[in-house]
Design a binder for this molecule. Structure first.
Ligand SMILES: Nc1c(NC[C@H](O)[C@H](O)[C@H](O)CO)[nH]c(=O)[nH]c1=O
Ligand SMILES: CC(=O)[C@@H](O)COP(=O)(O)O
Length: 220
């Protein structure tokens, strides 16, 4: 039986996402994709560009409506602040390294990245808010590692970091991306800082790029 249009479109999206997640992190430089501004939409060209670049925006254009999405390939001129906590530094250094390597893979220039060091994850939000409000950055990446101890201190720090980073982004109007691990033990943390579960620093850098591009090119 032939697949219904809805089914094939869902399957196409799923396959696009699958290819994206399996794809090497290096961005395809040649296939620069820029999404149209509201008054310059060229759906056919957009669809072709999106196919060539493996970005999952094809269905949006076909539906006739506009779907705004940040680009991972057009990072020219985007500026990032990175706030990194020194508490559990063995973990946060690995997360930072993953983030910086991801920025490099996506052609974000080192001169457009400012790293700010703070004592612990509790201090991340206020620094993120300050950077966000400075108007100098397109997105702020927040990196920390909260690891459970014997008391309820863990919950206070983890929850404050999460809601604080959210509030920093909302009050500054600049995307503040949450790259703070909240783990039961050091093994869990190291697995997520370049071990078996990947590097969450790299993942959050990629989220920061997408959000920065979305805000710069579509929501400004
Ligand atoms: N226990 C963890 C902390 N605690 C320190 C706090 O973040 C803060 O620096 C202190 O309470 C002073 O305000 N920080 C982490 O990043 N990770 C932890 O596991
Ligand atoms: C945030 C923590 O889990 C840790 O530093 C505090 O440990 P504890 O709860 O044993 O005092």
């Amino acid at each position: 039986m032939a697949a219904s249009p809805a089914t094939s479109s869902a399957a196409a999206r799923a396959s696009t996402f699958a290819r994206l997640s399996n794809a090497p992190l290096r961005a395809p430089r040649a296939a620069a994709v820029s999404f149209p501004s509201p008054n310059s939409a060229r759906p056919a060209a957009l669809v072709a560009d999106a196919r060539a670049s493996r970005l999952p925006v094809v269905a949006a254009a076909a539906g006739g409506h506009q779907r705004l999405m940040g680009s991972l390939t057009n990072t020219e001129g985007l500026r990032f602040g990175v706030v990194v906590a020194r508490f559990n530094e063995i973990v946060t250094n690995l997360l930072l390294q993953g983030a910086l390597e991801a920025f490099e893979r996506y052609s974000v220039k080192a001169e457009n990245i400012t790293v700010v060091s703070v004592p612990g994850s509790f201090e991340i939000p206020v620094a993120a808010q300050k950077l966000g409000k400075s108007g100098k950055y397109d997105a702020i990446l927040c990196i920390g590692a909260v690891i459970r101890g014997d008391t309820t201190h863990y919950d206070a720090v983890a929850n404050s970091a999460a809601s604080g980073v959210l509030n920093a982004g909302l009050s500054a109007g600049v995307p503040c991306v949450f790259g703070v691990l909240t783990c039961d033990d050091m093994d869990q943390a190291l697995n997520r800082a370049g071990g078996k579960a990947g590097n969450k620093g790299a993942e959050t850098a990629i989220t920061a790029i997408e959000m920065a591009s979305l805000f710069r090119h579509h929501l400004a």
